[in-house]
Design a protein around this ligand. Structure first.
Ligand code: DAK
Length: 267
C-alpha cells in the first residue's frame, strides 16, 4: 500500500515511489464506463498529474470478475443521435488522455475486458493478461460498433483481418490468443499472483525509466501507425533532437562510460 493520491468509492489511486496504481472498483456494474465513472477517472488522472515523478501507471481492477465490462449499457439506451455522439467523444477524449499521458500506462487485465473496456486497455501502452482475461468486442450483438476508437486501435495493433474477425463476430478470446495477436506484454500463469507479477515487472522495467525518452517513444511509435515512413523518420529525428541533451540522456551516456547503472531523474 503506497501513498493515496485520490480516493472515491469507485476508484483508488495510490503511488509507491515512481509507480502509481489506478484501481477500478465500481463493483456493482463490473467497472462499466458510465459518464459519471469517466468523470471520476478524469479526476483521478488530474490528481496523478498534480503529483510529480510518476513514471508508470498500472491500471488495474479490484473487482475480481472484470477489468472493465464495457460501456455502461444502462446509460446508452434511449439516447438521441446527438447524445450518442457526445458520449462517443467523451470516451474518445478519455482514451486519448491515457495515450498521450507522459507516464507509461500498463493495463493489468485478469477478467472481462469487453467493448469499451477493451478500448481502454488498447489505449494503454502495454497490456498484461492473466489466466482469467477475456477479451471481446460484443458491440455487434448490441447492434452497435466500438465507439471509443476500438475499430482503429485494435486494427492497428492486430491487423485488418483480426479487426474484421473479432469486431464482426464479437468472439471472445483469452490471454493466449491476445498474445498471439501481439497485444500482450506479459501473461502470468495460473500458479502466479497476477498483481504481484505485474507490479514486479513494471517496477523492474520502468521504476527507473528515462521518462523524457519514454514519452517520446510513446508518441513516435504510435505515429508510425499512420505516418508515411518518411514523415515518421522525420518525427523520430525531431524527437531525438528534443531529448538528446536532456539530463537523463547526459546521465545515461555518462553512466555507460563510467561503467555504472544510470540514475535517471525523469528530466
Ligand atoms: N453496463 C452496465 N451494467 C453492467 C455491464 C455493462 N456493460 N456489464 C455488467 N453489468 C452489471 C450487470 O447488469 C449486473 O448488474 P445487477 O444485475 O447485479 O444489478 C452486474 O454488472 C453483474 O453482471 P452479471 O450479473 O451479468 O455478471 P455475469 O458474471 O453473469 O456476467 C458479463 C458478466 C460481463 C459476461 C455480463 O455482465 C455481460 O455480458 N455484460 C455486458 C457486456 C457487454 O456487452 N458490454 C458492453 C460492450 S459494448 C458508443 C460508444 C462506446 C460503445 C458503444 C457505442 N457510442 C457512443 C455510440 C462501446 C460499447 C460497449 O462497450
Amino acid at each position: 500500500m503506497g501513498d493515496v493520491l485520490f480516493e472515491h468509492a469507485d476508484v483508488l489511486l495510490e503511488r509507491q515511489d515512481t509507480i502509481a496504481r489506478l484501481r477500478l472498483r465500481r463493483k456493482s456494474a463490473l467497472n462499466a464506463l458510465s459518464s459519471a465513472f469517466f468523470d471520476t477517472l478524469d479526476a483521478a488522472i488530474d490528481a496523478l498529474d498534480a503529483a510529480e515523478g510518476v513514471r508508470a501507471v498500472i491500471l488495474m481492477s479490484d473487482v475480481p470478475k472484470a477489468f472493465i465490462a464495457g460501456a455502461d449499457i444502462s446509460e446508452m439506451k434511449g439516447k438521441t443521435a446527438a447524445e450518442m455522439e457526445t458520449y462517443a467523444r467523451r470516451g474518445q477524449r478519455f482514451m486519448a488522455r491515457i495515450e498521450q499521458h507522459p507516464a507509461i500506462w500498463v493495463a493489468a487485465v485478469n477478467g472481462y475486458c469487453l467493448g469499451g473496456g477493451f478500448e481502454v486497455a488498447l489505449s494503454c501502452d502495454l497490456i498484461a493478461a492473466g489466466p482469467r482475461a477475456t477479451f471481446a468486442f460484443p458491440e455487434i450483438g448490441l447492434g452497435l460498433l466500438p465507439g471509443f476508437g476500438g475499430t482503429q486501435r485494435f486494427t492497428r495493433s492486430a491487423g485488418m483481418h483480426a479487426g474484421l474477425r473479432y469486431i464482426l463476430t464479437g468472439e471472445r478470446f483469452g490471454a493466449d490468443t491476445a498474445t498471439a495477436l501481439g497485444l500482450v506484454w506479459i501473461a502470468p500463469g495460473e500458479d502466479e499472483d497476477f498483481d504481484e507479477v505485474v507490479g514486479g515487472a513494471v517496477e523492474k522495467a520502468f521504476g527507473n525509466v528515462a521518462s523524457v525518452a519514454a514519452r517520446e517513444v510513446k508518441r513516435v511509435v504510435r505515429a508510425a501507425t499512420w505516418l508515411s515512413l518518411e514523415d515518421g523518420c522525420d518525427a523520430e529525428a525531431a524527437a531525438f533532437g528534443a531529448i538528446g541533451n536532456s539530463a537523463d540522456a547526459v546521465e545515461g551516456l555518462t553512466a555507460f562510460l563510467e561503467k555504472r547503472k544510470p540514475e535517471f531523474r525523469g528530466n
